[in-house]
Design a protein around this ligand. Structure first.
Ligand code: C2E
Ligand code: MG
Ligand code: MG
Length: 718
C-alpha cells in the first residue's frame, strides 16, 4: 500500500463498501450515478497499490458509469438482473484488483531482490580476490550489500569476549554511526524523519540477532517477539526494512562473526531466497581465511623466530622499499653489517642456549640503539644487518660508535657475565651501491676488512677490495663460458613414491656453485643468455633421449629477469616446434620474484598457450602473496628445502608445510617437497598429504647418462 497514502486507500475502501452494501440507497439518491461512487472507490484503492493501473481502472469505470447514466439526467431504469450482474462484477473487481496487483508486485519485487542479492554475492567474490586487508574486505562487503544488494542495512559483527560487536556497517539511506566508549557501543541513526539511538551494553550484545546466528551456526531470521529489545530491529524498521537476517561467518571452522542485513522485501530471506546471503557469508569466511594464511606466512617468513627481529628475507623486503623511498627523496642511507667476534666460542663452551641468549640480547641492544624507522635484522648465525636513514651523514660516525658500545657491554647469561667484541662494516647509499644486494655485499666485505685490519668499524673501500677484483675476473670468465656454451646440466629426479619419476629438474653446473654464478649472471645482465643456453641444452637432451626411446619431462629454472625478456615467448615457440617435442614435456620453474616483476597474468597465460607447464620454485621465500598464486595457471608449487630441513622437529616448518599443502590442494596444483634427505622428513610430509618429493634421499642431481637410468626405469628401489 506504500505507493499511495494510507488514508486514500481507506477512503477508497469505504466508498467501495458503501457501493456494494448500500447500492439500493445510493441509486435512490444518485440514480445510476451510484456507479461513479464504486468506480471512484475502486480507482482510489487501485491507485494506492499500483498507481497507473488504479487510475486507469477508475477512469474507465467512471466513464462507463457516466455513459450508462450521467448523474445530471433523470434516473434511467435499468433491468434488475443487469443491475445485479453489474453489482457482482463491481464487487469481484473491488476485491480482485488490489489483490492481483499486490501479488504481481510482490513477484516482481522478489525477483528484483533476488537478482540484487546475486549481484551482491558476485561482488563479494570479486572483493575476495582483490582485498589485501581484512578491514578493506569487511568495509567493501557492507558497502556492496547496500549499493549492489540494495539492502537497507548491512552490518558485520565480529566476536570478542563480551559477545559480537559492530565491525563494519553501511546503510542505503541516512547516516549511521557506531561509537565505542568504555566497552559500550552507541548507535545513532538519522534519516528523514527517523532517528534511532541506542546503546549496546554487554548483556544486550549477547542477545542480538548476530549473537544468535553465531550460537546456532546457521542463518537466523528475526522474529519480532524474540527480538523486541534488539536496537538493530528498530534500526532496520526505521530504514524501511521488513525482513532482517543474520548469517554466521566461519573462518577455520570457528565462529568469526555474522553478516546482518535488512531487506525491504519481507520475503527476502524465506526458504531458497536466503541462499545468496548464506553464500555471501561463506565466501567472506573463505576470503578471510586466505588473508589470515597470508599474514601468518608473511610473519613467519619475515621474522627471525629466535630474536623476534627481521630475518634476511624481511630485511631485503623492507630494505628495498626503504631504499626506493630514499632514492625518490634524494636521501642518504647506510648499511651496517655486524658480526659478533668470538661468538662461536660462546656456543662451544657454554652451549647453544647461552648462544641463543646472547643473540637475543644483542638484537635488543641494536634495536634500542636505533630509531624505529631504521631496520635491524639478523641475517645469519651471528650476523646482523642494519639499514639507517641519514638526514645528516655527519652523524654516522657517532651512530656506529653507539652501536659498537651497545654490543660491547657485558652480557649476562645465567650466572655468568662476559664481554664480546663486534666487527662492523659500513656501506653507504647511494655512493657504494644503488641496490640492497650491493650494499649487503659491500657491507660484508667492509666487515671482513675490519676483522682483518683488527679494526672495529670499517667503511667500504673499493681500492683495497680484493673480493671485488676476484669478482671482476669471475665475471669475465662467466661471459666466455656462456658464449662457449661451457655450462653443463645435471638432472635431479622429482619422484612420486612408489610409482617413480614425475620429472627431472635441470640444474646448471659450472666451476663455481650456482648460488654464486646465478646471482652474478643476474647482476651483470647475463641472466637471459644463461637461461636460454640451459633451455637449449635441456631441449637438446630431451630430443636425444627421445631418439633413444626414453620419454622425459624436464624442468628448467628461469631467473626473474628472463621473464622480462621480450624474446622468451618467441624463443620457446620456435624451439618447441623445431625440436618437435610435445610442449608438456617442458616445465618452467619460476620464483616469486618473477611474479612481481612483470605483468604476470598476461605473460603466464601466453606462456601456457605454448603448452609448457609452470612450476613455482621457492614458494614462500619471496614476497609470497597467495592472491598472486591463485590467479596464475601453475601446474606445480615447490616447497623449498629450508622448510623441509628441520622436519619433523620444527613445529613452525610443519605449520608452513601444512599451510602450503592446503593451498596447493585447494588450487589443485601439484606440490613438490624439495631437499628431502631423511626418511622421517618423508613420513611427516606424507602425513600432511605430500605425494611428490625431490632430494638427496631419492637422488642427487645426476649427469645425463645417470639420469637416463631413471628414465628407463632402472632406478634404485625405495
Ligand atoms: P632450486 O631450483 O631450488 O634447485 C634445487 C637445489 O637444491 C639444487 O641446488 C639442488 O642441488 C639442491 N638439492 C636438491 N636436493 C637436495 C637435498 O636433498 N639436500 C640439499 N642440501 N640440497 C638439495 P643447486 O644445484 O645448487 O642450485 C641452486 C639454485 O640455483 C637452484 O635452486 C636454482 O634456483 C638456481 N639454478 C640452478 N640452475 C639454474 C639455471 O639453469 N637457471 C637459473 N636461473 N637458476 C638456476
Ligand atoms: Mg628449481
Ligand atoms: Mg627450489
Amino acid at each position: 500500500m506504500d505507493r499511495g497514502p494510507r488514508w486514500l486507500f481507506l477512503a477508497g475502501a469505504i466508498l467501495t463498501a458503501i457501493f456494494v452494501a448500500r447500492f439500493g440507497w445510493l441509486e435512490a439518491s444518485l440514480g445510476n450515478g451510484a456507479f461513479l461512487v464504486g468506480a471512484l472507490g475502486l480507482g482510489m484503492m487501485g491507485y494506492c497499490t499500483r498507481p497507473q493501473l488504479g487510475l486507469a481502472l477508475g477512469l474507465v469505470a467512471s466513464a462507463l458509469a457516466w455513459v450508462i447514466a450521467p448523474p445530471s439526467l433523470p434516473p434511467r431504469p435499468i433491468p434488475d438482473n443487469l443491475q445485479n450482474a453489474l453489482l457482482v462484477i463491481w464487487a469481484a473487481l473491488t476485491a480482485a484488483v488490489p489483490a492481483a496487483t499486490g501479488w504481481i508486485r510482490g513477484r516482481i519485487e522478489a525477483i528484483a531482490s533476488q537478482s540484487r542479492a546475486l549481484a551482491f554475492l558476485a561482488s563479494i567474490g570479486e572483493l575476495a580476490t582483490v582485498s589485501n586487508q581484512e578491514r578493506e574486505l569487511l568495509e567493501g562487503t557492507v558497502k556492496a550489500a547496500a549499493d549492489k544488494g540494495g539492502y537497507a542495512l548491512a552490518m558485520i559483527w565480529t566476536s570478542d569476549e563480551a559477545g559480537p560487536e559492530p565491525s563494519a556497517w553501511a546503510v542505503k539511506q541516512g547516516r549511521l554511526r557506531f561509537q565505542r566508549k568504555n566497552g559500550v557501543w552507541r548507535l545513532e541513526f538519522e534519516g528523514g524523519r527517523d532517528r534511532v539511538q541506542a546503546e549496546f551494553t554487554e548483556e544486550l550484545r549477547e542477545k542480538t540477532l548476530a549473537a544468535r546466528a553465531l550460537r546456532s551456526g546457521h542463518l537466523v531470521e528475526c522474529d519480532r517477539a524474540a527480538n523486541s529489545n534488539d536496537p538493530i530491529v528498530a534500526l532496520a524498521r526505521a530504514l524501511g526494512g521488513r525482513a532482517l537476517a543474520a548469517a554466521p561467518i566461519r573462518v577455520r571452522h570457528q565462529a568469526f562473526g555474522a553478516l546482518v542485513v535488512a531487506a525491504e522485501d519481507p520475503f527476502a530471506f524465506r526458504g531458497e531466497a536466503a541462499v545468496p546471503l548464506e553464500e555471501a557469508a561463506r565466501t567472506l569466511g573463505q576470503a578471510l581465511e586466505r588473508l589470515w594464511l597470508e599474514d601468518e606466512l608473511m610473519l613467519l617468513h619475515l621474522t627471525d623466530p629466535l630474536t623476534g627481529i627481521l630475518n634476511r628475507r624481511g630485511f631485503e623486503n623492507r630494505g628495498r622499499a626503504m631504499l626506493a623511498h630514499a632514492r625518490e627523496r634524494g636521501e642518504k642511507a647506510a648499511l651496517v653489517f655486524v658480526d659478533l667476534d668470538r661468538f662461536k666460542e660462546v656456543n662451544d663452551t657454554m652451549g647453544h642456549h647461552a648462544g641463543d641468549e646472547v643473540l637475543r640480547q644483542a638484537a635488543l641492544r641494536l634495536l634500542s640503539a636505533t630509531r624505529t624507522r631504521d631496520l635491524v635484522a639478523r641475517v645469519g648465525g651471528d650476523e646482523f644487518a642494519l639499514l639507517l636513514l641519514l638526514e645528516d651523514p655527519g652523524v654516522l660516525g657517532r651512530i656506529t660508535a653507539r652501536l659498537y658500545q651497545a654490543l660491547a657491554r657485558p652480557y649476562n647469561v645465567g650466572e655468568r657475565t662476559f664481554s664480546l667484541d663486534a666487527s662492523m662494516g659500513v656501506a653507504l647509499f647511494p655512493e657504494d651501491g644503488a641496490t640492497l644486494e650491493e650494499l649487503l655485499r659491500k657491507g660484508d666485505i667492509a666487515m671482513y676488512q675490519a676483522k682483518e685490519g683488527r679494526r672495529r668499524i670499517a667503511f667500504f673501500d673499493a681500492e683495497s677490495d680484493l673480493a671485488l677484483k676476484r669478482r671482476l675476473e669471475l665475471e669475465a670468465e662467466l661471459r666466455t663460458a656462456i658464449e662457449e656454451r661451457a655450462i653443463e646440466l645435471d638432472y635431479q629426479p622429482v619422484v612420486a613414491p612408489p610409482k617413480g619419476l614425475v620429472f627431472l629438474e635441470a640444474l646448471a653446473r659450472w666451476k663455481v656453485p650456482p648460488s654464486v654464478f646465478i646471482p652474478l649472471a643476474e647482476e651483470i645482465g647475463l641472466a637471459w643468455p644463461l637461461d636460454r643456453l640451459v633451455l637449449e641444452k635441456a631441449i637438446e637432451q630431451i630430443v636425444q633421449w627421445r631418439k633413444a626411446g626414453l620419454s622425459a619431462r624436464v624442468s628448467v629454472n628461469l631467473s626473474p629477469r628472463s621473464f622480462e625478456e621480450p624474446e622468451l615467448l618467441a624463443f620457446l615457440e620456435e624451439a618447441l616446434s623445431a625440436s618437435k617435442i610435445p610442449p608438456g614435456r617442458l616445465v618452467l620453474e619460476l620464483t616469486e620474484r618473477a611474479i612481481f616483476s612483470t605483468d604476470r597474468t598476461a605473460l603466464f597465460e601466453k606462456l601456457k598457450t605454448t603448452g609448457v607447464q609452470l612450476a613455482l620454485d621457492d614458494f614462500g621465500t619471496g614476497y609470497s602473496s597467495l592472491i598472486l598464486v591463485k590467479d596464475l595457471p601453475l601446474d606445480f608449487i615447490k616447497l623449498p628445502r629450508e622448510f623441509v630441513r628441520d622436519l619433523p622437529e620444527s613445529e613452525r616448518d610443519a605449520a608452513i608445510a601444512d599451510t602450503v599443502h592446503r593451498l596447493a590442494h585447494r588450487l589443485k596444483m601439484g606440490l613438490v617437497a624439495e631437499g628431502v634427505e631423511r626418511p622421517e622428513q618423508i613420513e611427516s610430509l606424507k602425513a600432511i598429504g605430500y605425494r611428490l618429493f625431490q632430494g638427496h634421499y631419492f637422488a642427487k642431481p645426476l649427469p645425463p647418462h645417470k639420469a637416463a637410468r631413471w628414465l628407463s626405469g632402472q632406478r634404485p628401489a625405495y
